[in-house]
Design a protein around this ligand. Structure first.
Ligand code: P6P
Length: 336
């Protein structure tokens, strides 16, 4: 039986997708692959190597950091820096951008934004977590230090985006604007193999992912939507079911494969929602749209939002197009 193509072979085969790149994006995606393997190795034995639990520090979001948050952040920064393809990096775990201020990196073409370990509150209880990444061409002149503006770009400027999901298996899913493909890691061989080719959301979806513990804080439109999804249909069947893991990557991945919608609305306790525009919403929105889905803040495409600051939060509704459109209609009719 012919074996599936590896991620490395796939990237090279699709090099033509990046007409102006001379292999830099290929090298950048390869360094993400390497860092993903290293994080995967740490996560899979976290319970044995005293790296569970929290450190007595908070990140810029005011969230208590897990030891693995910091470890994953350091692994991605060191691995991405080692390849020389990016001039700098932004991370959920860093207050400011990390500028790689040496001659090699100053000539690079790209910048990357990462959520190194999304859903990390799940780590200590062995629930799926993920890494999310978003890649842009720099705006500033090569040969100079990258600046904040290189990172504050609209999501529609992304040249690549993806995630690693560390679940029952570890899968790297990414897009460069030519569809979405998933590669499953084979630990026995140490390579990622194409396992999910040209992923598309099913036309219909019946799963909704939202933290209903925040229901009382939700806008009326979201409250009405949730109650509508809980009603019986004309045949007395329940058309929708709820699945919420507390891990965006896990909920998004399931909804993309099986159909469904993820919502993190704004609320009285989170006026702009919780998810960060630049390194959570935009990369997931890029993937969603490339897979035939839809991603909005309730009113407009997430990828059209002009960012104003690095850790900006936006309400996020993403998934099967038809379901997102229903959500937008409830918001329009009953208000935010
Ligand atoms: P809550 C994880 O912190 C995260 O950013 C997403 O992965 C996840 O969907 C969401 O926050 C969970 O937040 O408030 O429901 O616990």
């Amino acid at each position: 039986m012919e074996r599936p193509i590896t991620l490395g072979e796939f990237i090279v085969e699709n090099q033509k997708d990046f007409p102006y790149a001379k292999g830099e994006l290929t090298a950048l995606l390869s360094s993400i692959k390497l860092a993903g393997k290293m994080v995967n190795e740490k996560i899979n034995k976290a319970g044995l190597s005293q790296i569970l639990g929290k450190v007595d520090a908070e990140n810029v979001q005011g969230e208590v950091q897990a030891k693995l948050d910091i470890m994953a952040n350091n692994i991605f920064i060191s691995t991405l820096k080692a390849r020389g393809e990016i001039g700098g990096l932004a991370s959920e775990e860093l207050e400011d951008i990390a500028i790689f201020d040496d001659d090699i990196h100053k000539d690079s073409k790209y910048v990357i934004l990462i959520d190194p370990l999304d859903g990390s509150s799940n780590i200590d209880v062995d629930i799926t977590v993920g890494t999310i990444f978003s890649i842009y061409h720099r705006i500033s002149e090569p040969g100079t230090r990258v600046t904040q503006e290189d990172f504050l770009q609209k999501g529609e400027n992304q040249v690549a985006a993806g995630y690693l999901i560390y679940g029952t298996s570890t899968i790297l899913v990414y897009t460069t604007g030519n569809g979405v493909n998933g590669f499953t890691f084979d630990p026995g061989i140490g390579s990622f193999f194409l396992s999910h080719s040209n992923i598309k959301f099913p036309k219909d979806g019946s799963t909704y992912s939202v933290n209903e513990g925040n229901y009382i804080h939700f806008p009326l439109g979201i409250k009405k939507l949730i109650k509508w999804m809980q009603e019986l249909d004309e045949k007395d069947n329940r058309p929708y079911t709820a699945r919420y893991t507390g891990s965006l990557v896990a909920d998004f991945h399931r909804n993309m494969l099986l159909g469904g919608i993820y919502l993190y609305p704004q609320g009285s306790t989170a006026p702009n929602g919780k998810l960060r525009l630049l390194y959570e919403c935009n990369p997931m929105a890029f993937i969603a749209e490339q897979a035939g889905g839809r991603a909005t803040d309730g009113h407009r495409r997430v990828m059209e939002i002009e960012p104003s600051e690095l850790h900006e939060r936006v309400p996020f509704i993403c998934g099967t197009s038809e379901m997102v459109e229903i959500a937008e209609r409830f918001i329009e009719e009953f208000g935010n």
